[in-house]
Design a protein around this ligand. Structure first.
Ligand SMILES: [Zn+2]
Length: 473
């Protein structure tokens, strides 16, 4: 492996190490200036603004804010930028997602990485945007990091301060319509961050665009950005405060996650828990596992998920790392084993940091467990019209059925397609049903929780509609 690659691996390892020591959320304030050369009175004329800067970053969810206030204009509110898992945006009173503007000569590209701690968080949130550590051995590719639509060249530097990324500076060439090609550089020296622009042919000193002296980062309460457009984010991260548990009776608890538009379920036995459904990623499932520990104070012993679509399957690594037995139908068990064996070196999770011997229990037909607290039957449904195998979960004491994403019920409308197929299946196997609770979608025009009567009436209407107009083969 080349020295260059080794160097960047060291930088990334250093960034990860620094982040491991960082508080979940922190704040750094500072003072400095920003240059304005946009409206010269005569050639070479500039003015500069003395500014206060405040940076807030919540490492738990990867959400941050950068505030710049004019020191000579105490009346005006600061200019605000938001940072979500590496993406910079601005917003308004309606919490819309607006493209980030610069601040006079300071570019939005520079604002996105305006503090070494922000850059370190970027490397963790968007590791795929660097040319390491996955480059082939012996690869001499220069070291780059792409941020937004900008490509920065990375120059290693001494470790500087507790929030350091180990990167000394970032540089890029930019085109200016008046000055032509310029070299922009952000230099991180201790708690000082300097942004310069130079013309490559000019031997004189680079022009300082902005310079900030930050104080030491201090712990901060959690921070959340305005809503913006979450679909533009690199990853969907459910904040820890969303994981609350609603008691549905009979030992069953539902956790409704607005950000994921989905539910997960916990069945509480005397001495352990069954968790049902994944939540899109290891990161979310690990947050869920922590919330489950905190709320129930009992070990999760079993994890099951309705079917192998990524939203659900992506929970297995978090639960495997908790030492939980994973229940899966026969061919779905292969998908579980493959996901547990997959390389997660770009976004390490608890399982990749400490892999163990996975416990996978194959359930061909039914898995039952019963004690004084709860009674549950996990049923492998081979007729879902959705995937070859599909777990539905039945709670006999409350006659409650957890339907995964098989049931789309709209009041007054007949069931169709996979919803009607589910109604037929539960009738065929003789389940008495008083209540159905879906996993997904949580918010839509129909209902996500319905009575047995509603299910049966809509199924009857569905049968009549199909008899009148049979579906095309
Ligand atoms: Zn599905």
């Amino acid at each position: 492996m080349s020295r260059i690659i080794l160097g960047l691996v060291a930088i990334l390892a250093n960034a990860a190490c620094v982040l491991a020591q960082s508080p979940p959320a922190w704040k750094a304030t500072g003072e400095g200036f920003v240059l304005d050369s946009t409206h010269p009175v005569r050639p070479g004329d500039t003015r500069s603004f003395d500014v206060r800067i405040r940076l807030t970053l919540d490492e738990t969810t990867g959400e941050g804010q950068i505030a710049l206030a004019d020191k000579d204009d105490a009346k005006s509110p600061p200019d605000l930028w938001y940072w979500r898992r590496g993406r910079l945006f601005q917003s308004n009173d309606a919490e819309q997602d607006l493209p980030p503007k610069g601040c006079v000569d300071l570019s939005p590209a520079a604002i996105a990485v305006l503090h070494p701690g922000l850059l370190a968080a970027y490397l963790r949130e968007r590791p795929e945007n660097t040319d390491a550590p996955t480059g082939p051995a012996g690869d001499n590719t220069p070291r780059f990091v792409a941020v937004g639509d900008v490509l920065w060249r990375v120059e290693p530097g001494p470790q500087a301060g507790s929030a350091s990324s180990g990167i000394g500076s970032l540089s890029r060439t930019v085109h200016d319509d008046v000055q032509g090609t310029l070299l922009e550089r952000i230099r991180y020296e201790g708690r000082t961050v300097t942004v310069t622009r130079a013309t490559p042919l000019d031997p004189g000193p680079a022009r300082v665009i902005a310079k900030f002296e930050f104080d030491e980062p201090r712990p901060e309460a959690k921070y959340r950005t305005p809503k913006g457009d979450p679909d533009r984010d690199a990853a969907m991260v459910v904040p820890p405060e969303e994981f609350t548990f609603r008691d549905l009776g009979g030992g069953l608890f539902a956790c409704e996650l607005a950000r994921a538009n989905a539910r997960v379920f916990v069945v509480e036995f005397d001495d352990g828990l069954l968790v049902f459904e994944g939540v899109f990623s290891s990161r979310n499932a690990e947050t869920l596992a922590a919330a489950v520990r905190e709320r129930f104070r009992k070990p999760a012993t079993h994890f099951a998920f309705s079917h192998i679509h990524p939203q659900y399957l992506a929970g297995v690594r978090a639960w495997a790392s908790e030492g939980v037995t994973i229940l899966a139908p026969p061919t779905s068990a292969k998908a579980v084993a493959d996901t547990l064996a997959a390389s997660f070196n770009l976004r390490p999770d608890a399982w990749s940091r400490k892999p163990g011997e996975p416990r996978i229990e194959t359930v061909a037909e039914r898995w039952t467990r019963e004690d004084a607290s709860a009674s549950v039957v996990v049923i492998n449904n081979p007729k879902s019209d959705h995937t070859d195998e599909f777990f539905i979960v039945y709670m006999p004491r409350t006659k409650t059925l957890l339907t995964g994403d098989l049931l789309f019920y709209r009041p007054g409308q007949p069931l169709r397609s996979r919803s009607l197929t589910l109604a037929r299946y539960v009738k065929e196997i003789g389940l008495e049903i008083d209540r159905c609770v879906t996993t997904w979608p949580l918010q839509w025009v129909g209902k996500n929780e319905l009575s047995g009567e509603e299910l049966r009436a809509a199924a009857q209407a569905g049968e009549e509609a199909e008899a009148a107009a049979p579906p095309k083969p």
